[in-house]
Each structure stands twice: as structure tokens, then as C-alpha cells.
Design a protein around this ligand. Sequence first.
Ligand code: PLP
Length: 403
Amino acid sequence: MPGPAVRHDFPILSRTMHAERPLVYLDNAATSQKPRPVLDAMTSFYEESNANVHRGVHLLAEEATEELESARATAAVFLGARSENEIVFTKGTTEALNLVAEGWAARRLGPGDEIVVTALEHHANLLPWQRAAARSGATLRAVPATPSGDLGDFTFGPRTRLVAFSHVSNAIGTLLPIARLTTAAKDRGAVVVIDAAQSAPHLPLDVEALGCDFLAFSAHKALGPTGIGVLWGKADRLAETEPFVLGGGMVREVTLESATFLDGPRRFEGGTPPIAEAVGLRVALEYLRRIGMDRVVLHDRALVRGALDRLGQIRDLTLYGPADPERRVAIVSFNLRGVHPHDLAAFLDQRGICVRAGNHCAQPLMSALGCAGVVRASFALYNTMEEVDVLARALDEARELCP
Ligand code: PLP
């Protein structure tokens, strides 16, 4: 069960912070902590099977290749993909979205075509489309959002060729209406790209049921290591996508003048892939599945409900995002009147509480909210209601110190 029962799996949670205070880690939307099985699996890969993949004929190379490919198969099951051939390993969500923007959009779109995003996007799901639009001559439009992160009416036109949106806002936690967005985009024949960086650790995902074309997430936010992420792409869309990293491991035949590339995911994985990281990713996804994503959803919702209730009572504290806990995921963002978000985060740090403050790589959303930044508390399956209480008491204290 999520909550206190899993905390002993996460070694870092037993460390102390300033003045020997216990660690209250509420910066999970930036990166999650890693459970012992992930750490152990990566260490034992290096101790027992370390070798480069796909190229060697010796036993270690075979074992390392099996590890990499078994992580691909696990990621396919985690996402409900038809085949592991639809799983491309990238450095993370950012690289995955850049791959689709450069390898698909910039090459296949042209003047008169339209790319649509939302006003809530993380810069990783905005900047690549800005450049793809500039390179292809397509236009880029953003569906506006209300201050709680709700999307107004959105319509896609006959020239809308690609729609890219996040599943959950990393800045204010809003759960986007992804089924409605996907259906409306598909009605127009547009390609749908989902940034699942903030949903993969918190919600069950099923790419076939969603009906999207591409979906990306990062292992490090989902209990896995840094340095690896997943781009899932429908087989026919991946076949239309040009690789942008060229080199060893992705070629069929090379002459001094030209080259032909492999089919399937390896076409996009030029160079040595993140092998130990793939081992960590596999074990992290297995850990999440063993806990059960349905249980994770209930746990997150209880923490969000508790946090909204408790923080909602603090005078001069503004909460951002939807009031309904069912319409947000594991993130509660706020500002205390008269206190700069960074000062508040530093105050919380002195009490052992790790949160993040700033624009959260979502500057257009911050402009829409009318502030330069917010403080963000974000939860994972090992957080507890006691920790929400520690946060609320520290904010009470900060409020008392305010003029
Ligand atoms: N998209 C969203 C919604 C995010 O929250 C993040 C990271 O915070 C990213 C994309 C980028 O992820 P990464 O830095 O792991 O590539």
C-alpha cells in the first residue's frame, strides 16, 4: 500500500536535514526518490553484467542486451502498447518531444498547417513546437487556459495537423481533459502528442485506449533513474519519423557517401543507450505496477484533498489550480501574500521541507496567473498525511512571521 508502508523501501527518506529535522520530500514533480530495488538492480548490473549492447557476441554483451530489451518490454506493458517495437529510449521527456518535433513535425508540416498546444505547457512541450513551426512554415497556436488551468472551448480546424498537450500541468497540477482533446484532434485527422511526464508516476496509462500517436515520460519522475525516458509512438508514425541522432547502433548499411537506417526503435537510438538506467527504469515500473496504479491514484487524491483543506484555511495563502481534488494530480501550488516564492521555499527548507519555487518552466502559464512564480508541493506514493500537516504548520508559522 502507498504511504507509510512503503517508506522503508526508500533509503533517502530516513536522512535528516537542517538541525536534524526529518526530511519531508515534497519536490516529486521535479524528481522522485528511488526505491532500494531500483538502486540494487542498477548496482548489480554494473557488478555482474556490464557490457555494451547489441554489438558483442560474448556472454556479458548478451546479458546487457537482454536487460535493455526486457526494459523495453516492461515499458510497453506499462503503457498498454501493442509491441515493444513502439518504445524508443530517450534521455527523458524533453528529448522525446524534441525527437517528434524535429523528426516528424518539422519535416512533414508546411505553410498553412497548424500546430496546437495549450497555455499550460512546460517549456519542453512548447519550445520544440515553436522551432518546428518556424522550420516548416506551419503556425503555432495555444489553447488559452483560465487561472485554474481549465481550457476554454477548443476547436481544431481542417489544417490542424498536430496537437500536443500535457496530461497534467507540472506547475499547478491541473488534470487536462485529454480524452476530449484527443477525440477533437482525431476528428480532424491531427497527430496527437501527449506529454505524460507528470502523469506516468500517478495515473494508469493506456496508449491504445487514449488513441494518441506519441506519448513521452521520464523515468526519474517515476521512481527510476535520471538519464532515461520513453517515447512511445504508434508503429506507422514512428516509421514516418526521421532519426535526429545518427551514428553507431542505428544503421543497416554505410558507405562513405550514404547510409541506410534500421527500422523500429533502434533507428532513433544512435550511440550507446542508457543501459544501467534501463535496468532501473524496468524495476521502477515493476515497483509501480506491484503497488498498483489504482491505489496510487487514491493515495494521491487523499493527500491533495488533505492539503487543499488544510492550506485553504491559512489566511493570505493563495492556492492555484482547480479546487476539486479529482481534477488535479499530486500537486498543490500556492503563494503567501507579501512573501517571494523563493523566500518561502527557503523558509520551508530550514524546517526540512523540500519544495520548489519559481516559474516551473511554464512562463506563459505564470503570466496567465499574473505572478512571476509559485511555490509547489508535489507528492509521491511514499508521502503521508503527517507530512502534509508538517507543511501546513510550517506555513502557519511563516504566516505569523509576515508583517
Ligand atoms: N513536461 C513536463 C510536464 C514536466 O513536468 C517536465 C519536467 O519537469 C518535462 C516535460 C521535462 O522532463 P525532463 O526534464 O525529464 O526531460
